[in-house]
Design a protein around this ligand. Structure first.
Ligand SMILES: [Zn+2]
Length: 344
C-alpha cells in the first residue's frame, strides 16, 4: 500500500510523507486529484498556491478579472508587473505556479464561472474550491456540486472577519441548509464597501485548503461552519444539522443552476463598473478589434484583453466577449457605449 514515490517526489513532498495523517498514501491521492478553483482573487490565489505546492495533480483556475493595484495589498501571487500588463488573474496565477511546481497541470480560464458553464468547468474534478467574492456564484456552485455530488469548500472574507465550511453532498448540510436564500443586493457589506484586512483571506484560504487536502486524502473535514474575527481574535466552529426541508440537498431543486440570466449587463458589486456578457459564447479577435479602434485613441492589447478609454469610461474587452465598463454604475450608459463602439 505504502509504495514509495519516485525519488524527486520523495524529496519534494518529504514533509508531507513524514506526517502520520498523510504519508505516501495520502500524497498519492493528492497527486492524482483534480480541483476547480472558482475565482482567483485573495482567496483563490492563495488556494491555488497552497494546492500546487501540496502536489494536487491538476488545477483548473477560473477568474474573470485582471490584476489591479488595489489587489496587491492581499493577493499574494501577483505583483506590479502583472498590474502594468493588465494580466488576467487566472493567467498570472498559472505563470507563477508553473514555476513553483512544474509537475502540476494548471489550466487558466479567463471567464465568468456561472450557471451556463459551471457543470462543464467541474465535469472531471474531485473537488471545487470557492475563491469568489459574490453570493450569486456560490449558490450556483452549491447547486452544481450537490447535483453532481462533488464536495466543495465555501470561503468568504469581509472586513476583519471570515468564514468557511466544507460541503460534502450526501453527508451533512449544504450552503442552503445554512442560508436558504442569497442576500439581497447591497444587504451585506463587501470588501469594496467595508474593506478587508490583508491577513484575513490568507488565513481563511489556508483553512479552506486544509479542508480540501483532508477531503482529497480521504479524511473527514471539519463539521459545521468555522467563523473567525481576526481583529478580536475570536475563533468559533458551529455545528448544525442538514435542514430536512432544504430545497437543494433534500428536494434536489437547483434554481440557481437552472436560472437563465435575464439581463446581460450587471453591476459589479461595490464597484463603479458594469460587466456586459455576450449573448452567445464565442471568442473575439482582439487584434482585429484593436485595428478597428485605432482612431478612438490609445489601445492596450495584451492578447487576453483590450483596454481603451472612451466617453469618460475605461473599457476592457475580454477574449470571451465580455466587456467591462469602468467609470459608470448605470447599465444603460454602459450598453450605449458598447453598442456605439463595439457594435454590441
Ligand atoms: Zn442543504
Amino acid at each position: 500500500m505504502n509504495e514509495r514515490l519516485p525519488e524527486p517526489m520523495q524529496e519534494r513532498y518529504s514533509r508531507h510523507l513524514r506526517l502520520a495523517e498523510l504519508g505516501s498514501e495520502g500524497q498519492r491521492k493528492l497527486l492524482a486529484a483534480r480541483v476547480l478553483v472558482v475565482g482567483c482573487g485573495a482567496l483563490g490565489a492563495m488556494l491555488a498556491s497552497l494546492l500546487a505546492r501540496s502536489g494536487v495533480g491538476a488545477l483548473r483556475i477560473v477568474d474573470r478579472d485582471f490584476v489591479e493595484s488595489s489587489n496587491l495589498q492581499r493577493q499574494a501571487l501577483f505583483d506590479e508587473d502583472d498590474v502594468a500588463q493588465r494580466l488576467p488573474k487566472a493567467e498570472a496565477a498559472r505563470r507563477k505556479l508553473a514555476r513553483v511546481n512544474s509537475d502540476v497541470s494548471i489550466e487558466a480560464l479567463v471567464t465568468d464561472a456561472d450557471a451556463r458553464n459551471i457543470e462543464t468547468l467541474m465535469r472531471d474534478v474531485d473537488l471545487v474550491l470557492d475563491g469568489t467574492d459574490n453570493a450569486e456564484t456560490r449558490y450556483v456552485v452549491n447547486d452544481a456540486c450537490v447535483k453532481h455530488r462533488v464536495p466543495w469548500v465555501y470561503g468568504g472574507v469581509v472586513g476583519t472577519r471570515g468564514l468557511l465550511m466544507s460541503v460534502l453532498p450526501g453527508s451533512g448540510p449544504c450552503l442552503r441548509c445554512l442560508y436558504p436564500q442569497p442576500p439581497a443586493p447591497g444587504e451585506l457589506p463587501t470588501c469594496d464597501t467595508l474593506g478587508v484586512l490583508s491577513t484575513a483571506p490568507a488565513t481563511i484560504a489556508a483553512l479552506q485548503a486544509t479542508e480540501a487536502l483532508k477531503i482529497l486524502a480521504g479524511a473527514a473535514p471539519a463539521r459545521g461552519i468555522i467563523s473567525i474575527d481576526f481583529w478580536q481574535s475570536e475563533f468559533q466552529r458551529i455545528e448544525f444539522a442538514a435542514d430536512p426541508h432544504c430545497p437543494t440537498c433534500v428536494r434536489r431543486e437547483y434554481p440557481f443552476l437552472d436560472a437563465r440570466r435575464t439581463s446581460t449587463a450587471f453591476r459589479l458589486c461595490g464597484r463603479d463598473a458594469i460587466q456586459i456578457s455576450p449573448m452567445r459564447a464565442g471568442s473575439v479577435d482582439l487584434d482585429r478589434l484593436a485595428r478597428a479602434l485605432t482612431g478612438v485613441g490609445p489601445v492596450l492589447n495584451n492578447g487576453f484583453l483590450l483596454e481603451f478609454a472612451i466617453e469618460g469610461c475605461q473599457l476592457f474587452v475580454f477574449r470571451d466577449g465580455r466587456v467591462l465598463v469602468k467609470g459608470t454604475s448605470a447599465p444603460a450608459v454602459a450598453n450605449g457605449i458598447v453598442s456605439r463602439y463595439l457594435g454590441g
